[in-house]
Structure formats: structure tokens, C-alpha cells
Design a binder for this molecule. Sequence first.
Ligand code: 2BA
Length: 108
Amino acid sequence: MKLIIAIVQSKDANSLVDSLTEEGFMVTKMASTGGFLKSGNTTLLVGVEEDEVDKVISNIKERFKDRKKQVQVDSSSGDTTKGDLSKKEIKVGGATIFVIDVNKFKKI
Ligand code: 2BA
């Protein structure tokens, strides 16, 4: 079994959760905050059999496309909220996906 951890933009997370649920996957949705932008994002946990990993990743890919955004960052610390601010272009949107081996899975 694998655990897929997907960090996605909050605004599109519900449609992804609905789609995965309709396909029969079990999903946990968690509110999270990006360390760099300090803004909200959504983290999904999806426990699946190994042969279903690609299906979930394809579903995520269909919904989340990259785009660029200009943010103000502190040039010395990378902090986006204070200090000596300069503009930087970063990629937002898309999805960050981790696929982890699950040693044990139990429901009790
Ligand atoms: P944030 O940490 O708020 O990062 C938002 C975007 O800012 C990132 O997009 C990336 O383009 C840029 N960025 C992040 N850290 C940076 C840095 N130290 N220097 C320059 N640019 C930086 P994504 O890479 O698509 O990441 C979106 C969100 O996914 C992140 O939000 C974070 O919550 C999560 N994430 C990404 N990579 C991760 C990792 N290796 N471990 C844990 N969480 C991660």
C-alpha cells in the first residue's frame, strides 16, 4: 500500500476530493499553510494500492496547472511578510506530490 500526500491550491481542492471520492478512493483533506508564502493551501492524504497510484496522480494533473506569480520577498531571509522586500517570480498552482510506502495499515 502507498500513501499519497498531495499539497494543492485550496480553491480547487474540493473538486479534486469529489472526483477522487466518486472514483472510490478514500481521502482526508487537511488545511495547511505553505512555509514560503505563509498562505493557506490544502493537503490531501490518499491511501491506495500500488497499482492505483498513477490513476490518482493523473486525476490531480488534470486539475492543477502551474502558473507564475510575483511575490514580495525579503532578499536576505526569504520571508514574504517583512524586512527589505524585493520582487521575485515564483511558481504557484500545480501540485506537490509525495508517494510513501505504508508499512502497516489497520482500521480498528
Ligand atoms: P510554499 O512553501 O508557500 O511555497 C510556494 C511556492 O513558493 C513554491 O511552489 C515555490 O515555487 C516557491 N518556493 C517555496 N520555497 C521557496 C524557497 N525556499 N525559495 C524560493 N522559492 C520557494 P511549490 O513548489 O509548488 O510548492 C507549493 C506548496 O507545496 C508549498 O507552499 C509548500 O506548502 C508545499 N511544498 C512544496 N515542496 C515541499 C517540500 N519539499 N516539503 C514540504 N512541503 C512542500
